[in-house]
Write a protein that binds this ligand. Structure first.
Ligand SMILES: Nc1ncnc2c1ncn2[C@@H]1O[C@H](COP(=O)(O)OP(=O)(O)OP(=O)(O)O)[C@@H](O)[C@H]1O
Ligand SMILES: [Mg+2]
Length: 187
């Protein structure tokens, strides 16, 4: 008989065999409690996903809860997981990817939480550094066969904004996130 627990373990094994199952279960439970408004976890939503910020983890799952198209959602999150890992290999700053999992309600991507400061709160020197790293990293990705997705920066005075990119003032590094529209050319 396939129990709920072993079903989840099969799903996890498919993408990240070594990731701690207890953390997966804990985060699955957090999503459920957050969605059922039993507790409110710090979160930030994009156009299509919610991101829960829990300890050292950022957990990304579709805004529709329960998921209305699990196969499609799973494919998208696995795609994102793989692109991020491949970008990390060529030296881009991306959140560490830990696992893509499913429970009975949704699919979720577990990654490392980034500590990003909104662009409008950065000083001029930090904006300049964020922009320098953005262009350097985009060029590196292109030379290594990636077509960057919807990511951009505007560094005009009084109109600073970043899209799917952010700057961490603690370590002075610019990070990319949200890889659903990045493409890796195959040779
Ligand atoms: N690893 C992370 N750590 C901390 N915050 C994150 C992380 N990944 C994403 N975020 C935050 O969550 C927000 C939404 O994430 P993301 O862009 O991946 O979702 P989306 O729904 O695909 O977005 P879009 O609106 O571009 O479709 C981001 O703008 C960012 O602020
Ligand atoms: Mg986004």
């Amino acid at each position: 008989m396939v129990t709920k627990q072993s079903k989840m373990e099969m799903q996890i094994r498919a993408i990240s065999p070594q990731f701690d199952k207890r953390i997966v279960n804990y985060l699955s439970d957090l999503i459920s409690k957050h969605e059922n408004k039993k507790i409110i976890i710090p979160h930030t939503a994009g156009g299509e996903h919610n991101i829960l910020l829990a300890g050292e983890y950022a957990v990304k799952y579709p805004l529709e809860y329960p998921s209305i198209n699990p196969c499609y959602d799973k494919r998208r999150l696995i795609y994102e997981f793989n692109i991020a890992q491949n970008l990390e290999k060529i030296g881009l700053n991306v959140p560490k990817m830990f696992a893509v999992c499913s429970d009975e309600k949704t699919l979720f991507l577990i990654m490392k939480k980034l500590h990003l400061t909104p662009a409008r709160e950065l000083n001029r020197q930090q904006i300049t550094e964020a922009a320098r790293q953005f262009h350097y990293q985009i060029n590196l990705a292109k030379t290594k066969g990636f077509n960057p997705g919807d990511t951009s920066i505007s560094t005009l005075e009084s109109l600073e904004s970043f899209y799917n990119y952010g700057f961490c003032v603690e370590n002075n590094k610019g990070y990319f996130f949200d890889f659903s529209k990045w493409v890796q050319e195959v040779d």
